[in-house]
Design a binder for this molecule. Structure first.
Ligand SMILES: Nc1nc2c(ncn2[C@@H]2O[C@H](COP(=O)(O)OP(=O)(O)OP(=O)(O)O)[C@@H](O)[C@H]2O)c(=O)[nH]1
Ligand SMILES: [Mg+2]
Length: 299
């Protein structure tokens, strides 16, 4: 995810690396004011735990390793963010359920994922299990039209679980490689709506035993770490397997991506860094940290 990730994350990197650069320049880290460092780290939404770790480890790491403070900081961030490897999915169809609050970027993410799979010559079916909002189906249909993928929608008021079931069945019967299910944006404090997500998850498994193979929780990056409680509510409703953090182009809170991954112990799979069709990126921890710190790609 090299290309212009640094440019895309500029707001975050200004807030973090820019301020640290001004604080330290080329001075050794132990001479600097660690309290101010702490404020800068917290300001980029790295969270309390990660910030405390950095403050405790950074001066020692710099002394011991002979690395610059920035290289040492990058190393600490990388070491402290758990990112399990990517499994290549063998299941056909590979069923993905996408959840998240209103406006987090679910539909946009689905459309971009579909576009990528389509490029790899996969046969993609998108399904709208948002039977709540009339415009939701329409939106997905517009995307399907534009991308040339198949889409399954139902009239508002029909059963969201039934849509998910039909989509997985259709995926199986008609030889689709991927089925991606959109769900209604919801406030996680609405119990009924969260129950509906649990049901969508269960009926996928009724239509195809191993499904769903992925449950992506889409988080709005501009909300930063405040999304943690929200994420935990979703995780109670169904087993989330990956995070997608969107809108990182418009925020200085890029540190929250690392904080959330380690707090929730769920890997970040994709990040959204703009409104363009190419702006959904595979998450690569090392590239992300380096871009956040305004550094060039390693190697
Ligand atoms: N700048 C920026 N905007 C984004 C990104 N991802 C999504 N958006 C915008 O966020 C807005 C909401 O995105 P949607 O995909 O409609 O969100 P949703 O979760 O499907 O919303 P509901 O269906 O209403 O729950 C749209 O205007 C998107 O263009 C991103 O990475 N960067
Ligand atoms: Mg939507």
């Amino acid at each position: 995810m090299a290309f212009n990730l640094r440019k895309k994350l500029r707001k975050s990197s200004d807030a973090l690396a820019g301020k640290l650069d001004r604080l330290f320049g080329s001075a050794a880290i132990e001479d600097a004011d660690l309290e101010e460092t702490e404020e800068i780290l917290l300001g980029s939404d790295l969270g309390w735990e990660l910030t405390e770790k950095i403050i405790a480890e950074l001066p020692r790491k710099v002394r011991k390793s002979g690395l610059s403070w920035k290289e040492a900081l990058a190393l600490i961030l990388i070491e402290n963010t758990p990112i399990p490897g990517f499994e290549t999915a063998a299941a056909r169809p590979f069923v993905t359920v996408v959840v998240g609050v209103n406006g987090a970027g679910k539909t946009t993410t689905i459309a971009r994922l579909a576009a990528r799979l389509q490029k790899r010559k996969e046969k993609v079916l998108m399904a709208c299990a948002d039977t709540f909002r009339a415009a939701a189906a329409e939106q997905l249909e517009v995307w399907a039209d534009r991308l040339g993928t198949a889409v399954l929608t139902q009239l508002p008021g029909s059963d969201a679980g039934a849509v998910a079931f039909d989509a997985v069945k259709r995926g199986l019967n008609r030889g689709y490689d991927s089925v991606i299910i959109d769900t209604a944006g919801r406030l996680p404090n609405k119990k009924g709506l969260l129950d509906e997500l649990g049901k969508i998850h269960r009926v996928c498994g009724k239509a195809m035993e191993s499904a769903p193979h992925e449950v992506l929780l889409v988080l709005d990056g501009t909300v930063g770490q405040n999304a943690r409680a929200q994420a935990e509510q979703f995780m109670k409703a169904l087993p989330v397997t990956g995070l997608v953090v969107t809108k990182l182009d418009g925020t200085a809170r890029g540190g929250s991506v690392l904080a959330m991954a380690s707090q929730l112990s769920i890997p970040v799979k994709y990040i959204g860094v703009g409104e363009g069709s190419e702006d959904l990126l595979d998450f690569n921890l090392e590239s992300y940290v380096r871009a956040l710190l305004g550094m060039d790609e390693a190697g």
